[in-house]
Design a protein around this ligand. Structure first.
Ligand SMILES: Nc1nc2c(ncn2[C@@H]2O[C@H](COP(=O)(O)OP(=O)(O)OP(=O)(O)O)[C@@H](O)[C@H]2O)c(=O)[nH]1
Ligand SMILES: [Mg+2]
Length: 296
């Protein structure tokens, strides 16, 4: 009987780069959200659905909470904040290794007033020695009251099943929100654009990838059973364009071939990918461009 199942929304909140998207991908067992070692990788709210015999958890992955310096940044922080009232339970993800900073204090202020159970998830525990965990727990406990505290490693999966059980224990009983086949609200086009942007984050250095947007111009399924994709990599300055293309086109080739492999894995279909690099000066502060690139 579906009435015996637990179902609800779990928002994954935290500072940039703490492993929110890695954790969500790990629990659902599929790569939907892109990840990188650079902060501010996720820019939109991404919904994914985990279903098993216990019920259904609808995860809301969010951009990292930070002090916004651009209109894109403000959009990202607003997206993260918007997930809180939509959730039945909040997962506040923190990094085991890092000291508590101003960012954590301001997140704790928001969450202590949200009237929802907050689970403190201490991630990246694979980097900690056993006796280093207790001081971390004590430090966060001083900030606010938590419903639960769960140490995990999103990277190797330690503690993730325990966390899933804890999330279910905080969800109400009720009918499922989605059928069992539903995994995400993201379209294939959106995921393809993100997989291309992921490679720009992974291959390019410094500030350049933060000023990149990817726009899928065309994505067609051909009679031969392949996908033909044309996409623009949009950057902020002429000088960035040259770096993205690289010597003799080498960087763009690398980004394209790695992104193609990832898109083929997702679609289980051969992919032909054509990439173009365009400049839209300071697009991160331009409302029209932000809308055009899906940040609205
Ligand atoms: N050692 C270790 N690294 C991890 C773990 N979880 C995530 N990472 C790494 O941390 C980095 C950031 O991971 P993301 O999942 O992109 O982090 P995020 O919180 O979604 O970041 P934003 O989207 O920028 O807010 C990546 O390099 C991950 O591989 C973990 O449990 N252990
Ligand atoms: Mg992320």
């Amino acid at each position: 009987m579906s009435e015996d199942k637990k179902t609800g929304f779990a928002a994954v909140i935290g500072r940039p780069n703490v492993g929110k998207s890695t954790l969500m991908n790990r629990i659902i067992g599929q790569k939907i959200a892109i990840t990188s070692n650079k902060p501010q990788t996720t820019r939109n709210r991404i919904q994914t659905v985990f279903t098993d015999e216990r019920g259904q958890i609808v995860f809301l992955d969010t951009p990292g909470m930070h002090k916004a310096r651009t209109k894109l940044g403000s959009f990202m922080v607003a997206s993260a904040n918007s997930a809180i009232p939509d959730a039945d339970v909040i997962l506040w993800l923190v990094e085991a290794e890092r000291f508590i900073g101003e960012g954590d204090i301001s997140i704790s202020k928001i969450l202590s007033e949200c009237n929802r159970p907050v689970i403190l998830v201490i991630n990246k525990c694979d980097r900690l020695k056993k006796d280093e965990l207790l001081p971390v727990i004590d430090a966060f406990r001083k900030l606010m009251d938590f419903s639960e505290i769960v140490p995990v490693s999103a990277l190797n999966g330690d503690g993730v099943e325990e966390l899933t059980e804890v999330i279910f224990s905080h969800l109400p009983k009720g009918p499922m929100y989605f059928d069992e086949e539903t995994v995400t609200d993201q379209t294939m086009r959106q995921i393809a654009a993100e997989l291309i942007r992921e490679q720009t984050l992974r291959q390019l250095k410094d500030e350049i990838p933060h000023g990149i947007a990817v726009n899928i111009v065309a994505m067609t399924y051909t009679e031969k059973g392949t996908y033909n994709i044309e996409a623009d990599i949009v950057c902020e300055r002429d000088s960035h364009k040259g770096i993205i293309i690289g010597k003799g086109g080498s960087m763009l080739k690398k980004i394209g071939s790695r992104a193609r492999t990832q898109i083929e894995e997702m679609t289980q279909t051969p992919v032909f990918l054509k990439l173009f690099v365009k400049v839209r000066k300071d697009w991160r502060d331009n409302e029209t461009f932000l809308k055009e690139f899906g940040y609205k």
